[in-house]
Design a protein around this ligand. Structure first.
Ligand code: BMA
Length: 373
């Protein structure tokens, strides 16, 4: 494993992605951004499923070990209820689950999407088979919400991420309180995007629900930075006071996990890791995250096959041609830099490259299917 991956706080499961459309019992474009909970001794994922219209619903998948042998509901578990909830017209997305022991039920926070914009909705369930909707609890635009599992005084508390339309105001994490889960107030901003060069400079949002620890509420959040080739979604941590969640005790400066594996780097939206669930099982934290909004095993298989064939062709070149190909195409060095490294002139580099490419094309053409672009 490369040093860069080792620096991260979480270790990827070798069977990742552990769930993809390939496993799905019905037609879907992608499955991602699942909420997670331990239910009756099993791991339950409430998975966001995007259909071929581009709209999402939620489907439950259950497994004894949380890794494989998933039993997936053979039809959608929770679908938009447009008649009673027009705010769900374009789908329901990115759920988070919290167990409310006091009420003896699970509460699901999710994003409802319609022409009004994305907003935060709540539903409750005892079994992930039937659900009771509390409905829309925040006006748009607001997403990335999850509840704390306990009341603070008389009030339930929720973290969420409203978006301001005012120029130069980033999207930040807010805290709100409610006496009954339906009506929310006492809104306050508690963690903000860090501007400038930071990895979480453009927007941040809660990822998985707050996790209770002895030191405080552990908050996992995603931070977005925009680059010339798009946005990068990475993860950071913060710690909130156990009795007063408005008090931020600590916040990590560095990101602790980011897109590195091929299934995180390439998908419908490149360079995204997006957890909506995690839990602590015997001292190990299991984090479930969506990767690049989609994982298409066929594309990956094709790409791997192409990569293997290219490497096989490279290995058949003689040393002096192999080294120019590697320096130019894998290290992206200029002709001048390569000439400097190989103690030759630029003309020699160019002619070796010309020959090496011609030779590789011959080799690839002679193997099945030619080089796929
Ligand atoms: C966020 C949400 C997520 C999505 C992410 C990356 O704004 O819409 O559902 O995974 O963008 O595209």
């Amino acid at each position: 494993m490369s040093k860069k991956l080792e620096y991260e706080l979480f270790t990827r499961h070798p069977d990742n992605p552990i769930l993809s459309v390939e496993n799905w019992p019905y037609k879907a474009n992608s499955v991602f951004n699942a909420a997670a909970a331990e239910v009756n001794g099993q791991t339950l994922l409430l998975v966001r499923v995007e259909d071929y219209r581009g709209m999402s619903h939620l489907t439950a998948a259950r497994s004894d070990n949380g890794i494989d042998n998933w039993q997936i509901d053979d039809k959608p578990t929770l679908i938009p209820d447009v008649e009673k909830h027009p705010e769900e017209l374009w789908g329901i997305e990115d759920p988070r689950i919290t167990w409310l022991a006091e009420l003896n039920e699970w509460v699901i926070t999710y994003t409802s999407y319609s022409q009004g914009g994305p907003l935060v909705s709540l539903a409750t369930t005892k079994d992930f088979i039937s659900f009771k909707r509390i409905g829309a609890v925040m006006p748009p635009e607001d997403k990335d919400a999850a509840l704390f599992p306990v009341r603070f005084g008389d009030y339930w508390a929720m973290l969420h991420r409203p978006v301001s339309k005012t120029m130069n105001i980033q999207a930040n994490i807010w805290l709100s309180f409610s006496p009954n889960l339906k009506h929310w107030g006492d809104h306050q901003e508690i963690i903000h995007a860090r501007m400038g060069g930071w990895w979480d400079s453009v927007k941040i949002g809660l990822s998985s629900p707050p996790m209770e620890t002895e030191q405080g509420w552990l908050i996992l959040y995603h931070g977005v930075r925009t680059t010339a080739s798009g946005s990068i979604y990475r993860l950071g941590l913060a710690m909130l006071d156990l009795n007063n969640p408005a008090r931020v005790l600590h916040r990590s400066e560095e990101w602790i996990f980011g897109p590195k594996a091929h299934y995180e780097r390439e998908g419908d939206v490149d360079d995204v890791v997006f957890p909506c669930g995690w839990f602590n099982k015997n001292g190990t934290v299991y984090m479930y995250y969506g990767a690049a909004d989609c994982f298409d095993p066929e594309t990956v298989a094709q790409r791997n096959e192409t990569r293997d064939r290219v490497w096989a062709a490279i290995s058949r070149l003689d040393d002096k041609h192999r080294e120019v190909i590697i320096l130019r195409h894998f290290h992206n060095l200029s002709y001048d830099k390569i000439a400097q490294i190989l103690f030759c002139n630029k003309g020699t580099v160019m002619s070796r490259l010309y020959y090496a490419r011609k030779k590789m094309k011959e080799i690839l053409d002679s193997t099945k299917g030619g080089l796929q672009k």
